[in-house]
Design a protein around this ligand. Structure first.
Ligand SMILES: [Zn+2]
Length: 133
């Protein structure tokens, strides 16, 4: 697990160094992009189902509701912080922060445990199809 973490972090750094070559014409309707900088974060094809669900609404300890979507991959995210079990929304899974690897917006959380997946905040993403108009 720890080795895998290091590998993931390394891959994230490599991603950051690559020039951004994506143009609007390469977007797919089922892509999910960062709403701030429009970097491709993930795609509907990578949705992950936790207990047969990929969309959730959670209340955080400060009283804010978050609508989140779960994905098994989110290449556009950079992971940060030590995973913690504190207030975790997914039983048995620790979390760390997930930021946009281009503009550093907080997009959601990376979960670790029996499954490894991302929970991304719906309102901080925009669906590719929205840019096709
Ligand atoms: Zn961004």
């Amino acid at each position: 697990m720890e080795e895998k973490e290091k590998q993931n972090q390394h891959n994230d750094i490599v991603t950051q160094l690559e020039p951004e070559v994506r143009t609007k014409s390469e977007l797919q309707p089922d892509d999910w992009l960062c709403i701030i900088c429009n970097k491709k974060i993930t795609t509907d094809k990578d949705r992950f189902e936790f207990n047969n669900q990929s969309e959730f609404q959670f209340l955080n300890p400060n009283g804010y509701y978050f609508d989140i979507i779960t994905f098994c991959n989110a290449d556009g995210c950079r992971e940060e912080g030590e995973p913690t079990m504190e207030f975790t929304w997914f039983p048995g899974h620790s979390w760390s922060f997930a930021f946009c690897s281009r503009c550093a917006s907080h997009l959601g959380w990376k979960y670790h445990g029996e499954f490894s997946f991302y929970g991304l905040i719906k309102s901080r993403l925009i669906k590719g199809v929205a840019l096709f108009n």
